[in-house]
Design a protein around this ligand. Structure first.
Ligand code: GLC
Length: 534
C-alpha cells in the first residue's frame, strides 16, 4: 500500500465538458458561472478534482481545442474573474481544479500563427511546420488528418503548406524550434501561478513529428473504415524526442507544490509506460484508455487489468478511464444495467479513476439529427459520422425534467439537443431514489474515499470457475474487500475458494441487496456487482 498518497493518487477526477454542463446566461452554451452554481452537486459526488475541457478564447472549429489565446478565457464561458471565482470556490470546498492544456496546435487565429503566416521571413515562421509543395503542387507528404483529408493546407499568401493533424484551423506548433517550448512553459506558469492544480495535456504523444517529414507506410491491418487508420503513424506519433519535451514540462510543475499532469495518450501498454518517464519524471498519469477500447468481457478485462499492473514501472501510479468527450458513452457501449458494473469496476480498480460527466446518472449518447451534426470529423466524413462523430457523447447534462433538462432556459436553444431520455434520466429524479444510479455512484465513491483498501490498497486477481465473472481483491491496513462483477445479463454462479465461508455485502450494484453471501459457491444476479468484505 502507498504511504502518504497524494491527492491525484487517492482521488477521483471528474471531467466536465464546459459547453454542456450548465448554462447560466441562456445562450445555449454552458459556462463557468454555471459550473460554479453546480459545486454543491459536484461535492455531493465525493469526487476530488474537476477537469475542465478547454475554456480559452477560440473560434470553436474544434470546440475549444483550437486555442486562440492560452492566457485568457473565452467570453462564451465567462471572464477571467469568473474563472478566478470558480477556482477559489472549488478550493474552498477542498476540491482541485485541472485545466486542459493544448500544446500541440493553436487556432489559426492565434497571434503566433497570424505572424507566422504573414511572410516567409517572419521571426515566428518556423514556430509552425511549413513546407513547399511537392513537385506536382500537392502536399509535401502523405500524412493524414485525424478528421479526414490530408494533414496539409496550402496557404496562398506565402505559397507553402502548413501541417495540421486535426481541422485545417489547427496548425501544429513546431517543437523543434527552440522558442516554442519555452513559450508553452510560460503558459503553464501563468495558470500554475493562479493556483490551478494540474493539466490534462491534449495529444501529448503527438507533439513531435519526423524532422524529415517522411511518408508514413500503409497500415496492413486497416479495416477500410476510417481513412486516417489507413497509414501506420510512425512519423507523427510517439517519437522518442517527445520525452524530452515532457520532462521539461514536468520540471515546471515540480517548481510548484503537488501539481500534476495527465497526458492524453492512445498507445499499447508497453509504449504507454514510457510516458511515466525513465525516472518517473514525465507524466504523473499517462491516461489509460484501455477499458474504453477493450471488448466488454470479464476475461478480456481481467487480462487487460493484469497486463497493465504487470507493465507498470516501479513506483508508477495507475489510472483508469471509462469515457470522455471523444468516445461513445459507457452506458451506450455496454448498456444501462452494465454501466453500474462498469462504475463499480472503475471505482474499485487500483489507480486514479476519471469519470466523465453524466456517467454517474447513466447518461447515454444523444441522438443527433443530421442538421445538428457539428463535430468536424463527422461533418467532413458524413458516411462514417455515426461511427466517429463525437456530438452524441457531448449532449447537455441532464439535471431535471424541465425543458432542456435544466441545462439552459426554456426559451434558449441548447448548442446540442438534450438526449431524449432526459425526462426520467436526470439528477433530480435520481437524487431522492435510494436505489438510483446516482445514489449507487455516491455510495460507491463514499466507500472508496473512506477505505484505504479501495483508494490506495493492493490489487490481487482472484481465480475462479466462471469466465463471465471478474473477481479481485483490494486490501490495506488489515482490511480486505473482494469485488465480484457479473459481465452478463444472465445470473451467474461462481465458486471462489480460500476466502472463508461467509462474506458481508458492503455494497451492491442493486442496492436493495444486503446481507451476506455464502462462500465458496454463490450466485450473482444479472448485471450485478458486489463488494464483499472478507
Ligand atoms: C484531443 C481532444 C479532442 C480534440 C483533439 C485535437 O484528442 O480530446 O477532443 O479534437 O485532441 O485537439
Amino acid at each position: 500500500m502507498k504511504t502518504n498518497p497524494l491527492w491525484w493518487q487517492k482521488g477521483i477526477i471528474y471531467q466536465i465538458y464546459p459547453r454542456s454542463y450548465q448554462d447560466s446566461n441562456n445562450d445555449g452554451i454552458g459556462d463557468l458561472p454555471g459550473i460554479r452554481q453546480r459545486l454543491d452537486y459536484l461535492q455531493s459526488l465525493n469526487i476530488d478534482a474537476i477537469w475542465l475541457s478547454p475554456i480559452y478564447p477560440s473560434p470553436m472549429h474544434d470546440f475549444g481545442y483550437d486555442v486562440a489565446d492560452y492566457v485568457d478565457i473565452n467570453p462564451l464561458f465567462g471572464t477571467m474573474a469568473d474563472f478566478d471565482a470558480l477556482l477559489a470556490d472549488t478550493h474552498a470546498r477542498g476540491l482541485k481544479l485541472i485545466i486542459d492544456l493544448v500544446p500541440n496546435h493553436t487556432s489559426d487565429e492565434h497571434a503566433w500563427f497570424q505572424e507566422s503566416r504573414s511572410s516567409r521571413d517572419n521571426p515566428k515562421r518556423d514556430w509552425y511546420i511549413w513546407r513547399d509543395p511537392a513537385p506536382d503542387g500537392g502536399p509535401p507528404n502523405n500524412w493524414l488528418s485525424f478528421f479526414g483529408g490530408p494533414a496539409w493546407t496550402f496557404d496562398d499568401k506565402t505559397g507553402q503548406y502548413y501541417l495540421h493533424q486535426f481541422v485545417t484551423q489547427q496548425p501544429e506548433l513546431n517543437y523543434r524550434h527552440p522558442d516554442v517550448l519555452p513559450a508553452m512553459l510560460d503558459v503553464m506558469r501563468f495558470w500554475l501561478d493562479k493556483g490551478v492544480d494540474g493539466f490534462r495535456v491534449d495529444v501529448i504523444w503527438l507533439m513531435m513529428k519526423d524532422a524529415a517529414l517522411r511518408d508514413e507506410p500503409p497500415n496492413p491491418d486497416w479495416n477500410g473504415v476510417e481513412p486516417y487508420q489507413s497509414l501506420n503513424h510512425i512519423y507523427t506519433q510517439n517519437l522518442p524526442e517527445v520525452h524530452d519535451l515532457i520532462r521539461q514540462m514536468r520540471t515546471v510543475l515540480d517548481e510548484y507544490d503537488e501539481r500534476m499532469m495527465v497526458g492524453e495518450i492512445y498507445l499499447p501498454y508497453d509504449q504507454l509506460m514510457t510516458y511515466y518517464g525513465e525516472e518517473l519524471d514525465e507524466c504523473h498519469l499517462p491516461f489509460n484508455f484501455h477499458l474504453i477500447q477493450a471488448k466488454w468481457r470479464a476475461q478480456t478485462i481481467r487480462q487487460l487489468v493484469d497486463s497493465y499492473e504487470d507493465a507498470l514501472p516501479e513506483g508508477a501510479w495507475p489510472n483508469w478511464v471509462l469515457g470522455n468527450h471523444d468516445q461513445h458513452r459507457i452506458a451506450t457501449r455496454v448498456g444501462l444495467a452494465q454501466a453500474r458494473v462498469a462504475n463499480m469496476l472503475l471505482l474499485t480498480l487500483r489507480g486514479t479513476p476519471t469519470s466523465y460527466y453524466g456517467e454517474e446518472i447513466g447518461m447515454e449518447d444523444g441522438r443527433i439529427p443530421p442538421e445538428y451534426i457539428q463535430d468536424p470529423p463527422a461533418v467532413n466524413q458524413p458516411e462514417i459520422a455515426h461511427i466517429i462523430g463525437r456530438d452524441p457523447e457531448r449532449t447537455p447534462m441532464q439535471w431535471d425534467d424541465s425543458a432542456h433538462a435544466g441545462f439552459t432556459a426554456e426559451t434558449a436553444v441548447p448548442w446540442l439537443p438534450v438526449a431524449e431520455n432526459y425526462t426520467n434520466r436526470n439528477v433530480s429524479a435520481q437524487d431522492d431514489d435510494p436505489t438510483s444510479m446516482l445514489s449507487f455512484y455516491r455510495a460507491l465513491t463514499a466507500l472508496r474515499r473512506s477505505e484505504p483498501a479501495l483508494n490506495v490498497g493492493h490489487y490481487t486477481a482472484v481465480d475462479h470457475d466462471n469466465n463471465d465473472v471478474l473477481a479481485y481483491v483490494r486490501s490495506a491496513s488489515g482490511r480486505t474487500f473482494m469485488i465480484v462483477l457479473n459481465f452478463t445479463g444472465e445470473p451467474q454462479e461462481v465458486s471462489i475458494t480460500g476466502y472463508g465461508e461467509k462474506a458481508p455485502i458492503t455494497l451492491a450494484t442493486h442496492m436493495q441487496r444486503r446481507g451476506s453471501v455464502t462462500l465458496p459457491q454463490f450466485t450473482l444476479a444479472p448485471n450485478e456487482g458486489l463488494i464483499l468484505q472478507i
